[in-house]
Design a protein around this ligand. Structure first.
Ligand code: IPT
Length: 976
């Protein structure tokens, strides 16, 4: 007979809270130990800087907690907070303190990752623009660099230190230094740098374990590889994994080649830790990664089944700290995106860019709740290989863990409780049925769909009872009121068998759905088909409390919400989301979302008789399941109608191109040396914009020279990221536009984009005595990342040199980029277009005298044209409408691009003939959903084709009744 396990384990520790009490955060080779208790971190990556509306942080974090995550991992991007050396801004949308407070209030642990280098597909990998113009090599022990790093860490640590779980003031439990740092691993440049970071962070009062994320399982920066002040026990090893979704998932630890027991890492004394594991992938400009299909394809290729296959493989290999990059990708608004990516950073994540839950949340929900209810999972050893065979096939042969063709079986045991776990993974695309031999007499048959995986448990505690085994996957158990509840999941209609240890024959009632049961051999066997409502009540049989068994299919499981309150656990069934549950007296107050009409059923702590949903009392009746069930269904979200965008006004700009434009206030480009990694032509001058304090967006140059000798061409060498372009004029007449080539999958990672644009010059123009004026606009995109620690973020941006063929006049250059950074919207909001420098993008700008314009537009012109309009929204305050702006054009070859400003906030860049992005998410808060809004479009047209915009429309990306209260983000108009 299948061996029963030893004494039950108590419930897993509940969600963290900032309770003002001291806590300990430690670890052993198995897991984190928080206040001495094992916790598996089931974390998701979110970047606060990719959601510039603090109210919505709560929305995303509440969705994560509801769906079973117990932690959030965040990067903090140095550039986002620092417009200049010595200047650090954590206000408004940059309020890190507020984010950390909300995370704590939501009951999520925080993994803080402030760099200094973060990569993350952001401008310069997170380095501030100004750092690109400083001496010394970044990401090394160079003293100049370290002095800036210390500035940044001092600023960010001052906030972090107020939110440490150890002090009870917040929920930060882990802190990362550097990011995938792999290039100076054995050199003092790197070792001293890492030691410096370690010492600095400790000196700033950060007392939680620190770690680094190795680029792969290389053992880089494992404990003892560099100086951590003797504190090897407070340094964790982590490695990142972005395996190909089309190959079988790799084994990292217990089952890996040379797998190191006790860590599933290269570091045997620290727990298995993946600080980043692919939850999607990014898409470059042009959409080369996903064949132009965009993030929908990222989500399709890394879908729910991918999550089950890869993440269950991770758990089987001993990973106990698991962070999915990304869980909510958000938006690389303004000039935040690294040149490789476009505005959307949706990533194909479980929560989409418009904050909408996707089917990818279902496995996260099932496994997250499981990890939090079943503490046996926090301490696992590899167990003996088991026998599996194809159900209905020949069977029985001892095939070992390789098992049958295309099926992989992992077997693990908790050494203390002897609970066993099996992961069955199907690497073929056919649906399979696998018989798993639990011992010589017992086997279960489990359907494992093609390219999917299942978890099977034996011997786990289910409240006051114990599971012998089940062919259904356990999802959670809790105690609500006087009974225990256990939820199992499976595919709709698949037969499952579940055996509970029972000392004597229990009383069994099938409450809903169909189920059969029998008592034999000290166990109750229940056969049920998971669905919307299969439930069985088990009473007596040797246990002191009833156990309600629920068998839910995927859809039903994602409508089951566990919420642990200080007064006890609550389980809610029905609505699209449960955000919070609070017990006060005899009432449970619930807040959440509905999309369609929904049931509401609540299992609440003892003594609760009344239910409030979103501040309204709900009439309920008590059920035989021990729940309170709403008499009427909750209403879904009402319709949301969006206005058409009309009333556009238009104004062309680029006065800078005119011969007589007054540039006397511009900076003279007279520098002769630069810290850029791009060589400066001998004799100079330096023309890189960063050397003159202009770090983001467009930059203008005007060069004055005397004529007299005959030139036939003029050549501009310039450096940008991908999608850079250059437009030039001579004496006010267009010379032409040059664009960097659109990269493909291979060339996109090439880094710096540089090119030389050569335009013919009319003889008359250079033989005239002059003076002549060259005017050049460079859209230089952003700084490269510095993934290889070779200062690639310091590659020049803008013009590098200008030469004439047939003449060599002396040109004196002036340069103009962005005006002083917007103190509210931050340093990355604006570039140096005339309109931006003069507030054309801001609400309240007086455009009344601009001529009216209709879309679609068709005009051929080299230069910049602005369009503005206003629109008013009247979304019901109790509805969360997620809205986007969609730009389309009947002719995808028309060469123009649009910078989108909503209420002055730069929400991204549309490139008509590159794509693939057409819809730009407008986050509520920046978007006023109950009042007026100002939209401004800055259109750059090449002059080689006619230019749009074509169609510009608001699009509804999702709606729910409920949501979070949204405070408008400050959106000032023109500053005086
Ligand atoms: C890993 C980085 O750590 C992270 O910042 C991000 O850039 C991510 O990749 C890709 O989105 S780097 C790893 C893929 C080599």
């Amino acid at each position: 007979m299948y061996a029963a396990a030893t004494a039950p384990t108590g419930p897993a520790p509940g969600p963290p809270a900032p309770d003002g009490r001291p806590h300990t955060v430690g670890f052993d080779q198995y897991s984190l130990l928080i206040d001495g208790k094992r916790v598996v971190l089931w974390s998701g990556e979110v970047h606060p800087f990719r959601l510039p509306s603090p109210s919505l942080w709560r929305d995303v974090l509440q969705k994560m907690r509801a769906h079973g995550y117990n932690a959030v991992s965040i990067y903090v991007s140095w550039n986002y907070h620092s417009p200049a050396p010595g200047s650090y801004d954590f206000t408004g949308v940059r309020d890190l303190d507020l984010f950390l407070r909300i995370a704590a209030e939501t009951g999520l642990y925080v993994i803080l990752r402030p760099g200094p280098y973060i990569n993350a597909e952001v401008d310069a990998g997170g380095f501030p623009g100004w750092l690109t113009a400083t001496e010394g090599t970044a990401r090394t022990s160079d003293p100049t660099y370290l002095s800036y790093v210390d500035e940044w860490l001092t600023a960010v640590d001052r906030i972090a230190a107020r939110h440490l779980f150890t002090r009870g003031d917040g929920t930060i439990v882990l802190y990362q230094v550097e990011n995938e740092y792999a290039d100076h691993v054995t050199s003092p440049l790197g070792r001293d740098y890492m030691a410096h970071l370690y010492a600095k962070v400790r000196a700033d009062g950060i007392d939680v374990p620190l770690f680094h994320n190795d680029k792969g399982r290389n053992g880089h920066w494992a404990p003892g590889t560099f100086d951590t002040g003797g504190e090897t026990g407070r340094w964790l090893y982590g490695f990142d994994g972005y395996p190909s979704p089309s190959a079988p998932p790799p084994d990292w630890g217990y089952f890996g080649v040379g797998g190191v027991k006790g860590g599933s890492t290269a570091s045997p004394r620290t727990p298995g830790f993946v600080p980043e594991f692919g939850g999607g992938w990014f898409d470059p400009w042009g959409g080369a990664e996903f064949d132009g299909k965009g993030y929908a394809e990222s989500r399709r290729t890394r879908d729910a089944a991918y999550e089950r296959r890869f993440y269950l493989t991770n758990l089987a290999n001993g990973i106990k700290l698991h962070n999915v990059y990304m869980t909510f990708g958000g938006t690389s608004w303004g000039w935040l995106p690294a040149p490789i990516v476009y505005t959307s950073y949706d990533y194909g994540a479980a929560l989409d860019e418009a904050r909408q839950p996707t089917a990818k949340l279902v496995p996260m929900h099932q496994l997250g709740h499981l990890l939090q209810s079943v503490p046996e999972l926090a301490k696992l050893d590899r167990a003996d290989d088991v026998t599996i065979d194809e159900a209905g096939g020949e069977g029985g042969a001892d095939l070992g863990i390789k098992g049958i063709e295309g099926i992989k079986a992992y077997h693990l045991v908790n050494p203390d409780t002897k609970a066993h776990f099996h992961v069955l993974r199907n690497d073929t695309s056919d649906d399979r049925r696998v018989s798993l031999h639990l011992d010589s007499e017992t086997s279960v048959t489990v359907p494992v769909p093609g390219l999917d995986a299942r978890l099977i448990a034996t011997g786990i505690a289910l409240g006051r009872r114990r599971l012998r085994y089940s062919s259904a996957q356990p999802m959670l158990w809790l105690t609500a009121g006087r009974q225990d509840i256990a939820v199992f999941t499976g595919r709709p209609g698949d037969p499952t068998e579940t055996l509970l240890e029972c000392a004597s024959k229990p009383k069994v009632t099938v409450l809903e759905g169909t189920a059969r049961y029998a008592y034999t051999d000290g166990a109750l066997r229940v056969d049920a088909e998971p669905g919307a409502a299969a439930r069985v009540l088990v009473e007596g049989g040797g246990a002191t409390a009833p156990l309600l068994l629920l068998f839910a299919d995927d859809e039903a499981s994602a409508r089951l919400w566990r919420y642990d309150t200080p007064s006890g656990s609550v389980l809610v069934r029905g609505p699209a989301l449960l955000r919070t549950a609070t017990v006060r007296g005899t009432t449970v107050h619930l807040a959440g979302d509905t999309v369609k009409d929904a049931d509401l059923e609540v299992w609440a702590p003892r003594g609760v008789s009344d239910v409030v949903w979103n501040r309204r009392t709900v009439r309920t009746r008590a059920t035989a399941s021990g729940s309170l069930r709403a008499v009427r269904r909750l209403p879904g979200a009402p319709k949301v109608t969006l206005p058409a965008l009309t009333g556009w006004r238009r104004q062309a700009e680029n006065p800078e191109s005119a011969a007589d434009f007054d540039d006397s206030a511009w900076r003279t480009a007279d520098r002769t040396s630069s810290y850029s990694t791009t060589p400066v032509p001998t004799g100079g001058p330096v023309l890189f914009s960063d050397d003159y304090g202009f770090h983001y967006g467009d930059v203008w140059y005007r060069g004055r020279f005397e004529g007299g000798s005959v030139a036939d061409t003029v050549s501009f060498s310039y450096v940008t990221g991908t999608q850079g372009l250059l437009m030039a004029w001579l004496d006010g007449k267009p010379l032409g536009t040059h664009r960097m080539p659109v990269p493909d999958k291979k060339t996109v990672r090439k880094g710096t984009w540089s090119a030389t644009a050569t335009f013919p010059v009319e003889v008359r123009e250079t033989t005239d005595a002059g003076p002549h004026v060259l005017a050049v606009l460079v859209r230089r995109m952003q700084h490269d990342e510095d993934g290889k620690a070779n200062d690639s973020h310091k590659a020049g941006r803008g013009l590098s040199s200008v030469t004439f063929n047939g003449a060599s006049p002396e040109v004196s250059w002036r340069i103009q980029g962005e005006a002083a950074p917007d103190p509210v919207r931050g340093p990355l909001n604006n570039g140096g277009l005339y309109g931006e420098r003069n507030g054309w993008h801001l609400p309240g700008f007086a455009d009344g005298r601009w001529p009216a314009a209709d879309f679609p537009r068709s005009e051929r012109r080299q230069g910049v044209t602005w369009y503005r309009t206003g629109f008013r929204l009247t979304v019901d305050p109790e509805v969360d409408a997620s809205i986007g702006l969609t730009l389309t054009d009947d002719d995808p070859a028309r060469a123009y691009r649009v910078q989108i400003f909503l209420n002055g906030w730069n929400m991204g860049q549309y490139i008509n003939d590159v794509g693939p992005q057409h819809t730009f998410v407008l986050p509520n808060g920046v978007l006023n959903t109950r009042g007026p809004n100002t939209l401004a479009l800055a259109v750059l047209s090449d002059g080689t084709t006619s230019s749009g915009p074509g169609k510009v429309e608001l699009t509804l990306l999702g709606r729910a009744a409920g949501g979070v209260p949204v405070t408008l983000v400050d959106s000032p108009g023109r500053r005086n």
